[in-house]
Design a protein around this ligand. Structure first.
Ligand code: F0G
Length: 458
């Protein structure tokens, strides 16, 4: 076996700035020990998110020059629409400025008080857009998906029995649709199998409930199906992707992930009546149906990106490069969600820092230390992000897991960047006994993780 190389050459480069540990200590202190508040320029390797951070190809950039900026009926829209239809097979394609705009439109129409939306695991914006309408977002992740240390091929799968029991209890009339998130971002970037999608579809058919996909990382999910699920080895990625979408009545998509662009999204639906309602709302909130909050050039870049993401050589490199980082960490004894996901590695901060309790934010301590150690930026997904306070005692109610996500931007970093990240993490892990917890000294009433200020505990 030869080394799996980056399937591209680099034509345009963006220098990154080196800082000393001393400088980083000052920067982190000024940022209130919250990496969200650090200027991106002061970050050496930025693994905060894989969303909107992809490097575009030469063909995407030429598409940018070629974009048709007509308000109505733009040529770029028709190229975009044709590509999305080829992939999804869905009848009505509605461009939006990003994933959450698609969610906002969809759930404003079908949500509302007394309604329930099941998912394997809702991403935060999906949950927020559902709950904003008064509806309830409910998760039905398979049991194995809840155990970071246990390995399985499809840890993003839905618990179909629990889903069906819920439908019986709640009444199908109160469930306007069922969603599946591929891959399951909040559950560690874990894939969903074709069999599971089919099984959920069967339940949808039985109760006449539409099935929608949260399709942000559909191609990465398809690659996992090709390499892990029986019967798919000889199918092309396009064929697998088309089969996935064929079971769904619609999808919400953030093009900032698997469409390899910096902004964009879409909503696809088969139901004409729903499409009309969505388009009418789109005109009020996003724009005319042939641009939906985007420039013509963005639509060109998305269409091109959607062609490129189906390249098996790219996906082979992509999934392997995430796994490569995961392997290095596992070999050093660092506890992560296993097996590595498609777009990110999730450190299990509880096992990394067993001496720091959730109310002293172990995940935050890790994100601060890896910045100090090597200028690497990651995000805490634990008590800072999802912790709630008990109304009576004022005590923190921690979420089930304390995680740190290292999300890998697409086509941005090379193998030596990733080797460097692994070195920083291993150094931090070897030094773990010296790490201290932190306390919050400022927090906003909502979504506190973005702006919270911390102080290290002495
Ligand atoms: N659904 C999933 C599964 C996502 O991961 C995201 C975004 C969205 C929906 C919303 O899309 O950002 O274009 O509005 N995830 C990013 C992340 C922000 O860092 O994981 P958006």
């Amino acid at each position: 076996m030869k080394t799996i190389i980056e399937p591209f050459k680099i034509k345009s480069v963006e220098p990154i700035k080196f800082t000393t540990r001393k400088e980083r200590e000052k920067i982190l202190k000024e940022a209130g020990y919250n990496p969200f508040m650090i200027h991106a320029e002061d970050v050496l390797i930025d693994l905060l998110t894989d969303s909107g951070t992809s490097a575009m190809s030469a063909k995407q950039w030429s598409g940018i020059m070629n974009g048709d900026e007509s308000y109505a009926g733009s040529r770029s829209f028709f190229r975009f629409e044709k590509t999305v239809k080829k992939i999804t097979g869905h009848k009505f394609i509605i461009p939006t400025h990003q994933g959450r705009a698609s969610e906002k439109i969809l759930f404003s129409i079908i949500g509302g008080k007394g309604k329930y939306i099941p998912n394997n695991t809702h991403f935060d914006t999906t949950r927020a857009n559902i709950e904003f309408t008064g509806a309830e977002a409910v998760d039905f992740l398979n049991e194995i998906g809840k155990h970071p240390e246990q390995r399985a091929d499809f840890k993003g799968n839905m618990d179909v029995d629990a889903l069906e029991a819920f439908i019986k209890k709640t009444g199908k009339e109160n469930i306007p649709l069922i969603m599946i998130t591929i891959t399951n971002n909040s559950g560690g970037g874990q894939p969903v199998s074709m069999q599971n999608i089919k099984d959920v579809r069967a339940v949808c058919d039985k109760y006449k409930i539409p099935l929608f996909l949260d399709a942000c990382r559909f191609a990465e999910n398809a690659y996992f199906i090709k390499t892990r699920e029986k019967g798919y080895q000889d199918k092309s990625i396009l064929e697998i992707v088309q089969e996935i979408f064929s079971y769904a009545d619609g999808a919400t998509m953030s093009a900032k992930k698997d469409a390899l662009v910096n902004i964009g999204g879409f909503l696809s639906v088969n139901d004409e009546n729903l499409a009309t309602k969505c388009r009418n709302l789109l005109i009020v909130t996003e724009g005319f149906p042939t641009y939906g909050g985007l420039a013509g050039r963005d639509l060109e870049a998305i269409a091109q990106g959607l062609e490129e993401i189906l390249d098996e050589n790219y996906l082979h490199y992509r999934i392997r490069s995430t796994e490569y980082l995961g392997e290095k960490m596992i070999n050093a004894g660092i506890p992560i969600i296993e097996p590595p996901g498609g777009h990110a590695i999730y450190i299990d901060a509880k096992r990394f820092l067993p001496h720091i309790p959730p109310y002293e934010y172990p995940g935050q301590s890790i994100v601060c230390e890896i910045y100090l150690e090597g200028g690497v930026r990651a995000v805490e997904i634990g008590s800072v992000m999802f912790g709630k306070y008990d109304k009576e005692t004022g005590k923190l109610i921690p979420p089930p897991m304390e995680l740190v996500r290292l999300a890998i931007p697409r086509r941005v970093y090379t193998q030596s960047h990733i080797d460097y990240v692994a070195e920083v993490l291993i150094e931090t892990y070897n030094n773990r006994k010296n790490l201290k917890g932190c306390k919050i000294v400022y927090e906003a009433p909502m979504l506190r993780h973005f702006t919270a200020q911390f102080e290290p505990i002495k």
